[in-house]
Each structure stands twice: as C-alpha cells, then as structure tokens.
Design a protein around this ligand. Structure first.
Ligand SMILES: [Zn+2]
Ligand SMILES: [Zn+2]
Length: 156
C-alpha cells in the first residue's frame, strides 16, 4: 500500500482535482453554449455557426477570442433596426412621412399606424385637426392640447 494512506492530502488532492475538472468542464460547456447562442443571433449562416462553435470547443479560450474578433459586429436584430432607420432616413429626405415604430410610409393625416398601431398624431380637442404629438397648442385654433401630457406625466 502507498505510504500516502496515513497522510491526509491524498484524498484531498483527488477531490480538488475532481472539483477542478468539473468546474473546467462546466466552464467549457458554458463557453460553447454561449458561443452557439451568440452566433445564432448574429448570423444565419450554418457554416459560420458550426465553425464558431467548433473553434471554441477545440481551442477553448483562444478560440473564444478568435470568435470575438471575427464575429459580425451587429446582431441580426440590430441589423434589422439599422435598416429600418436607414429606410426612414431615406424616406424623410425624399419628403415622405414614416412611422417611428415600423418605418413604413404613412400619410400626413393618419392618426395611428395601420401596421403597428403606433400613435402618430393626436386630434385637436376643439377643431379636430391632426396635430404633431409634440405640439402643446393647436396651431389652427389655439386650443391647448393636454391629451398627451397626461401620458408623459404618468411616465415621469
Ligand atoms: Zn408603424
Ligand atoms: Zn384646433
């Protein structure tokens, strides 16, 4: 029998090794899972997804650094938002009105966006004409418009 039986550290070292191994394995798995989720949010490309996960699985931390360097800077959601903003900007430059919620073209006198239900304008309580949401006074009849103020006061 090894002489280590009488000395305590033997089992402790085994326990520490097992614990360390478990922690390392858990970290490794979470790295892979995180990469898989992150790459799916950033790319639709199957090959890119598989490559990213494989790189992290094989190379672990260096693989992760490599992935962080090479991954697309914007998620697909951010990409979509940016394209909406671009469309809205182009439409504004062309003199057209767009919905701030979905970026679709809307008409001057529309009150609510038919596509996403975003409130576009408010009606004057007195003369009923369509007013910009930021206007406090109706420019047509001079009536103060408080309709939207109650909402913003509730927010604040
Ligand atoms: Zn809309
Ligand atoms: Zn008015």
């Amino acid at each position: 029998m090894p002489s280590g039986e009488s000395i305590l550290p033997g089992p402790y070292i085994q326990l520490a090794t097992a614990l360390g191994g478990a922690i390392l394995a858990a970290t490794w798995l979470s790295l892979i899972l995180w990469t898989a989720r992150d790459v799916r949010a950033r790319s639709d490309d199957r090959l890119a997804q598989i490559l990213a996960v494989t790189a992290v699985a094989l190379l672990t931390i260096p693989g992760l650094f490599l992935y962080l360097l090479l991954r697309p800077s914007r998620t697909l959601e951010e990409e979509y938002q940016a394209s909406l903003e671009e469309e809205a900007l182009i439409a504004t430059l062309a003199g057209r009105l767009t919905c701030p919620g979905c970026g679709r073209q809307v008409e001057q006198d529309w009150r609510i966006c038919p596509a996403c239900s975003t409130v576009l304008r408010k009606a004057c309580t007195d003369c009923g004409r369509m007013l910009d949401l930021t206007w406090n006074v109706c420019p047509y009849c001079g009536t103060a418009t408080a309709a939207m103020e109650t909402e913003s006061a509730a927010d604040a």
